[in-house]
Design a protein around this ligand. Structure first.
Ligand code: 13P
Ligand code: SF4
Length: 297
């Protein structure tokens, strides 16, 4: 199946991008696996005619915002992000106005329509850089309250929160982490900034998904507890074959990130089903926020 799909992709001049949380067989198929920032940058640069985005809806939308002349396919269009659904453009615009029109920093885990009413986007890999580069002492961050609290700890600016969260990262408890640390006393604990602040306070390092892979590569330690969605266990173990990785909690399983199957990818490439396109009006406005982030990082 892998060879059939890769041959089909070559024939159609398609690139297959996969997020680090995708099922192992999808990651093995992809031309590039990465975190949200790496995938957006790669999408922006590709010369392929078709981008097959194995991730969730907002990721394919971001690729479409950056590459309007390309066909962007999400092989299973049911793959969404519950956190992205926790903010809508009308409510965001109203809150921005109520706060005196301060800049809005929007996590890429959001719809194109929300990006369109935002000043700049960020990912888990560049949030601190983005927040500190803005010329304002007050910022509204959306939709992730945990990411916003993390940023607030690394800036002198006043950060206003939006009450969104990732259900899987937000669910990780100090008891889970304490139990994992007890079971693996030699292990270093890495947390994703979508985790609550009490978890981040227990972390030895806070990283994006690809940041965790890189950190493990350069660390002299051999055991790691991974405080993010458990799909990351595949690429991090593959990149570090001599090291051991343990899930901080097996409840950190994002069902949307597991919706795409090999059959979906094959079908989507054959039929071009699952095309994601952002209307031109929204796209132009959203592009400003996404491009500003990419240029900055
Ligand atoms: P990163 O891979 O950018 O760290 O993002 C995590 C995530 O939750 C994507 O949905
Ligand atoms: Fe959204 Fe959380 Fe799933 Fe990432 S892991 S796609 S933030 S629900």
């Amino acid at each position: 199946m892998k060879e059939v799909i890769q041959a089909l992709a070559r024939k159609k001049n398609a690139i297959i991008l996969a997020h680090n949380y995708q099922p192992p067989e999808i990651q093995e198929l992809a031309d590039l696996c990465g975190d949200s920032l790496e995938l957006s940058i790669r999408a922006a640069k590709t010369t392929a005619d078709i981008i097959v985005f194995c991730g969730v809806h907002f990721m394919a939308e971001t690729a479409s915002i950056l590459c309007p002349d390309k066909t962007v396919l999400l092989p299973n269009t049911d793959a969404g992000c519950p956190m992205a659904d926790m903010v809508d453009p009308a409510a965001l615009s109203a809150r921005k106005k109520a706060l005196g029109d301060i800049p809005v920093v929007t996590y890429v885990n959001s719809s194109a329509a929300v990006k369109a009413v935002s000043d700049i986007c960020c990912t888990s890999a560049n949030v601190i850089q983005v927040v500190n580069a803005l010329d304002s002492d007050q910022i509204l961050m959306t939709p992730d309250k945990n990411l916003a609290k993390y940023a607030a700890g690394h800036t002198d600016k006043k950060i206003h929160l939006w009450e969104g969260y990732c259900p899987f990262h937000n669910d990780l408890t100090p008891q889970d982490v304490a139990a994992a640390k007890q079971n693996h006393p030699e292990a270093l604990f890495m947390a994703h900034p979508e985790c609550p602040s009490e978890i981040l306070a227990m972390a030895d390092t806070i990283q994006s998904t690809s940041g965790m892979i890189q950190y493990a590569k350069t660390s002299s330690l051999h055991q790691f507890i991974i405080g993010t969605e458990i799909g990351l266990l595949h690429p991090i173990a593959k990149a570090n074959p001599d090291k051991q990785f343990f899930a901080a909690s097996t409840r950190m399983y994002c069902t949307d990130m597991k919706k795409i199957s090999l059959a979906d990818v094959k079908n989507s490439l054959e039929t071009l089903d699952g095309e994601i396109r952002v209307t031109e009006n929204i796209r132009k406005k959203a592009l400003g926020a996404v491009q500003k982030m990419i240029d900055m990082t």
